[in-house]
Design a binder for this molecule. Sequence first.
Ligand code: GLY
Length: 317
Amino acid sequence: MKLHMQPKLIIHGGAGSSLHGKGGVEIVRRSLYKIVEEVYSLLLSGARASEAVVRGCQMLEDDPRFNSGTGSVLQSDGQIRMSASLMDGTTQSFSGVINVSRVQNPIELAQFLQNSPDRVLSDYGSAELAREMQIPSYNALTELRLQEWMQERQDNFKRTMAGVVAEPELVETSNARRGTIGVVVLDTHGRLAVGTSTGGKGFERIGRVSDSAMPAGNYATVNAAVSCTGIGEDIIDECLAPKIVIRVTDGMSLKDAMQRSFREGQNHKRDFGAIALDANGAIAWGKTSEVLLAAYHDGEKINDTLEWTSEELVGYC
Ligand code: GLY
């Protein structure tokens, strides 16, 4: 195992259409930077990649602005059902929960399942596990998400997805966006890990399964790790996260793997974004959507993609 590598970190709070002006951008930037700062300090203090990923996901889940944990969108029947997964690149093991309700941090269930013989649980099993873990019952509903759902009900659910970020203006403008959160980490020992968590698309049929609790949306090996956001069905159809990771594992650079995968996604008219790290510390992000709400620490400074409007599908450093 490598020792004392410069840790790297990239997180996202979703992808979609543009935020409401500079005010919205600054608020999201502050939220993301605070989380990057805390998780990066944890990494500098020697935390294991998977531990840092879980902490970052917990913080993003607890921020009501993003569509995961507190502030999750409501499904067609007005209920919140959340999905989350964790993948440790060193052990190459994936764990997750699908459509879990009444817990504050779905990523904690995914973390527990890393050491279980049964590593992906659906709704009923997730509820049983939460009880076994003695996790207190938690209501993740926020007023803004409730208003968003009530307006959609009045409009007979014409929109196919809820907003990527909970903003008061959204309730009035009906501006379709997509949301998820994700964290990708390279720790001081060169270990990679990735976590992704979501409230889903919003307004979906009961039982719809999100990419966020599938390898398609969250995947890592010892070579690379990727978290996806955007329309789950598009991410599943491209098998986006494993495609990028396997291209890197087979010898392609992270930049080339991202560029090729995003070009394919664009050709297929997909709507998504992704963040990625490789084992050498290269950081990359990509989107076919209008914006990607990502922030990263490159070892020297924090930066973000909030105002990245480049014609290029992929950015990297
Ligand atoms: N990517 C989140 C979802 O579609 O559920």
